[in-house]
Design a binder for this molecule. Structure first.
Ligand SMILES: NC(=O)c1ccc[n+]([C@@H]2O[C@H](COP(=O)([O-])OP(=O)(O)OC[C@H]3O[C@@H](n4cnc5c(N)ncnc54)[C@H](O)[C@@H]3O)[C@@H](O)[C@H]2O)c1
Length: 350
């Protein structure tokens, strides 16, 4: 079996976590890590075993003969680092979210990887979570009939930093893409309603909370609330022609209510859906990332497109940009794909 030599770029908390998951994956060997700061390099050396450490991604790539890079850096850096890695012949990149902070950067990443034959995998890990895959399968099987609409809320706001995960997960779960976004974004914490928190206050000052609606190409409508006073776990509700399914990401609690038969009849809409036993498959923390790494190796070997591609990551970012544009226009509906001038809009997303 080929052994893929893996290097970590960016040894912050998330990067080191991504690197630790490599240990459970046959065919992958973590051989190197790079960080701009000596302190982070020391942490990597102490936590990640027998690896070489380097002061930046380019030196690591030159000296460590890598097949795969784990990009644990923040969004504004991904395009430039990807360009360098592609030019130096990297086979595959697993990129932490956000993919980028502008559509121009996301498009550069896609183009550079295409030019060098690099497999780019966007690290929206929900696409590999057994719970999310089980939810997708259940909706596809018609468990609630034809999906018509739904809602989602999440705490700690941040249309960019959190939204990238959830917008992408919904594209995957619903097997569709947004065609229209309506949004109102609100910067900062509402301290009349929630305790002050310096960390989140700073993050929400740049990456706002909000409310909004997305219409998908397949006709599904989703409503969103991620204002700063939402104080409940990440929760999705999907409604269909037979009933509804609510899924809470903490402990993956589910509530399924369905009628015996599907219907198209307006007059049968009053029949109350009944609570019905249902559970989602469960997986340990880190399994999603490890399955992503396995898929990345397979994609490098056979040239297939990963289930979370650069194009998928770009759509999640485009949705975030659309929220900003709709909000700036007073909640005016914004059609997707966005016009070319949206590419240069740069957002603050951690
Ligand atoms: N998917 C998830 O569930 C999840 C969870 C936590 C964080 N994240 C995301 O992961 C990203 C990283 O988060 P973090 O908290 O570890 O960030 P961080 O800023 O603490 O760490 C990033 C590190 O990258 C290093 N770096 C920058 N440029 C470099 C280069 N050219 N070569 C080598 N190293 C370089 C920096 O020195 C820094 O140490 C963020 O964008 C964050 O949103 C995702």
């Amino acid at each position: 079996m080929k052994q893929y030599r893996v290097g970590l770029v960016g040894c912050g908390g998330r990067g080191r976590q991504l690197a630790r998951y490599v240990a459970g994956v046959d065919g992958m060997q973590l051989v190197a890590a790079a960080d701009l700061t000596a302190e982070r390099r020391e942490l990597a050396r102490a936590e990640l075993g027998e690896i070489a450490v380097y002061p930046d991604h380019a030196t690591m790539m030159r000296e460590a003969r890598l097949d795969i890079a784990l990009l644990g850096t923040t969004g504004p850096l991904h395009a430039a680092i990807t360009r360098d890695l592609c030019a130096m012949g990297i086979g595959g990149i697993y990129c932490e979210k956000p993919m980028a902070c502008s559509l121009a950067d996301a498009e550069q990443i896609i183009a550079d990887c295409a030019a060098s034959g690099t497999v780019f995998m966007m690290g929206h890990q929900r696409r590999w979570m057994p719970e999310i895959c089980g939810l997708r399968d259940a909706l596809r099987s018609g468990i609630i009939g034809r999906v018509t609409h739904g809602s989602m809320f999440w705490a700690t706001g941040r249309v960019g930093s959190n939204g990238t995960h959830f917008f992408d997960a919904l594209n995957f779960i619903l097997d569709s893409q947004p065609v229209e976004v309506v949004g109102r974004l609100v910067h900062g914490l509402d301290t009349t309603r929630v305790d002050d928190h310096p960390g989140f206050a700073a993050r929400l000052a740049n990456d706002p909370g909000g409310i909004g609606f997305i219409t998908y190409a397949n006709g599904v409508r989703m409503a969103f609330d991620f204002m700063s006073d939402v104080l409940l776990p990440y929760t999705y509700t999907f409604c269909g022609t037979r009933g509804w399914l609510t899924v809470c990401e903490i402990d993956w609690e589910v509530d399924l209510r369905v009628r015996d038969a599907d219907t198209r009849s307006l007059t049968q809409s009053w029949t109350m859906p009944q609570r019905t036993p249902f559970s989602l498959p469960r997986g340990p923390v880190g399994l999603a990332e490890q399955d992503a790494y396995r898929e990345l190796m397979a994609c490098i070997a056979d040239g297939t497109r990963p289930r979370s591609s650069g194009e998928d990551g770009r759509v999640a970012l485009e949705t975030i940009v659309a929220f900003h544009r709709s909000s700036a226009a007073g909640m005016h509906p914004v059609a997707l794909p966005l016009p070319a001038d949206a590419a240069s809009q740069t957002l603050v997303i951690h």
